[in-house]
Design a protein around this ligand. Structure first.
Ligand code: 4AD
Ligand code: MG
Length: 437
């Protein structure tokens, strides 16, 4: 319907009579006046009908509206400083498009299980809309940054013949006569091949981890953006990450402030997200855990060689006012492809980027570019070297030092939006105990 004006554009039409298509979020009646709040995805507008000033049929239809009824409203755009978009619509006519009797989600509190069961409808709630708009802004900002930095999008396969991030969390499926295929845990190994062709590339797609982790940060299907660059060392990799994340946060604050406000996000914290981010080593992180752990024993002490868990990451990240890099983890607890530090081969040239009060949102590393060392690492990890023949080839023909990272979209959405659970950061979350709807 080409003549419909998006609610978000109404402010440019003050004084005009326009048609708006949308859904009723709620209805208020006060004497002779009915206020219908209408949402169309681009914004929310209050539409006002006054008895005796509109046809009776129109007033009756407005007064009888139920939540999520879809409609086309015709009316005059009027300036109204108290309204969210600065305007309201004086209703002249209304056409009901789709009725919505007994909409199951009401303003009263619903349990999480109920909302998840109705995710297809829960998506229409104002907080969910704000979160999904932020997700879109984050994805667009990432692609904008990478495009401007000379990265080429390189789409990697989802069905893969081998593991890249450990063998304990693979989803597998029968693949005709060729044996087992695995759902990609990462696109990294393939972007490394693309990087050798195009110099700077990234993949952006769904990744899968059959992790039996039922936490507020874990999905079994999540989206990841993975840039990879030739001739980029560990230090350059950190710089790229902080620049990209700062750009993303700045664009969200710039363009989606109303969504951040609706979600109650502390925007001042986001405004501090500017490079350079502090860098600490894994060793220093262990010291922080030891020194700052609360007396109630809620954060277990760590010995060298153990990985940081979620509570450790939160504790460490809370010591800083912006995201912090923890670099140089023990080689033994990281993926097989990470380059050891030449000055100290028991640690890797890798980093996790921890967001304040939240924990890891990005993981990255310089990759091993020497064929023999890579082969040795595959063997140490008990991986079938034959399946990685193609990956070893990348080190055989014109190998170069290179680095990259993976940013988890949902965790980034969660941190930027200030939401509490990753199930609200993706339209249809896939989790240990939920696949419906
Ligand atoms: O640290 P990870 O496992 O790194 C990789 O997969 C590398 N191959 C990336 C690379 O260097 N190209 O995962 C990267 C990010 C994490 O920092 C986290 O944000 C997210 O992916 N992530 C998850 N998000 C939701 N649910 C899960 N189960 C996740 N596992 C990882
Ligand atoms: Mg990681």
């Amino acid at each position: 319907m080409p003549d419909l004006v998006p609610v978000g554009d109404l402010a440019a039409h003050v004084g005009e009579t326009v048609r708006v298509g949308g859904w009723l979020t709620h209805l208020r009646k006060k004497g002779r006046i009915a206020f219908a709040v209408v949402r169309d995805g681009s914004g929310v507008v209050q539409c006002v009908a006054v008895r005796n000033r509109v046809e009776e049929r129109v007033f009756d239809a407005v007064s009888a509206l139920t939540v999520e009824t879809s409609m086309i409203v015709t009316g005059e755009v009027r300036e109204d400083a108290r309204s969210p978009g600065g305007v309201e619509l004086g209703i002249a006519d209304i056409e009901i498009v789709g009725a919505s009797p007994d909409y199951p989600i009401s303003p009263k509190e619903h349990g999480v299980a109920f909302l998840q069961e109705h995710r297809h409808l829960w998506l229409r709630s104002s907080r969910q809309i704000a979160a999904l708009r932020l997700r879109h802004e984050i994805e667009a900002a990432i692609m904008e940054f990478l495009h401007d930095a000379g990265f080429v999008r390189f789409d990697t396969p989802i069905l893969t013949p081998c593991a890249a991030e450990g063998t304990s969390n693979l989803f597998s499926t029968e693949y005709f006569d060729l044996g087992e295929a695995y759902l990609a845990q990462t696109g990294q190994l393939y972007v490394e091949a693309g990087m050798m062709a195009l110099g700077r590339v990234y993949c952006f797609g769904p990744t899968f981890r059959a992790e039996k982790s039922n936490t507020r940060r874990h999905l079994t299907e999540f989206w990841m953006v993975e840039p990879e660059a030739a001739f980029l060392d560990h230090a350059g990799n950190l710089k790229l990450q902080e620049e990209m994340l700062s750009h993303v946060v700045e664009r969200c604050v710039d363009r989606r402030r109303p969504d951040l406000e609706l979600l109650g996000r502390d925007i001042a914290e986001l405004e501090r997200v500017k490079p350079p981010f502090p860098r600490i080593t894994y060793d220093e992180a262990l010291r922080i855990v030891c020194d700052e752990a609360p007396d109630d024993g809620s954060v277990a002490p760590l010995t060298w060689g153990e990985d940081l868990g979620a509570p450790h990451e939160v504790l460490v990240s809370e010591q800083f006012d912006r995201p912090v890099f923890v670099e140089k983890y023990p080689v033994a607890i990281k993926a097989f492809y990470m380059q050891p530090d030449p000055e100290r081969p028991d640690v890797a040239l890798c980093s996790d980027l921890l967001a304040p009060g939240f924990g890891e949102i990005v993981g990255g590393s310089q990759r091993i570019h020497d064929e023999d060392l890579l082969r040795q690492r595959l063997e140490e990890h008990g991986l079938p070297v034959e399946s990685y023949r193609w990956y070893l080839d990348l080190r055989r023909y014109g190998s170069v030092p290179h680095s990259g990272f993976g940013l988890g979209i949902e965790r980034t959405v969660l941190w930027i939006s200030g939401l509490q659970h990753v199930r609200e950061a993706i339209p249809f979350p896939r989790m240990l105990y939920r696949m419906y709807p």
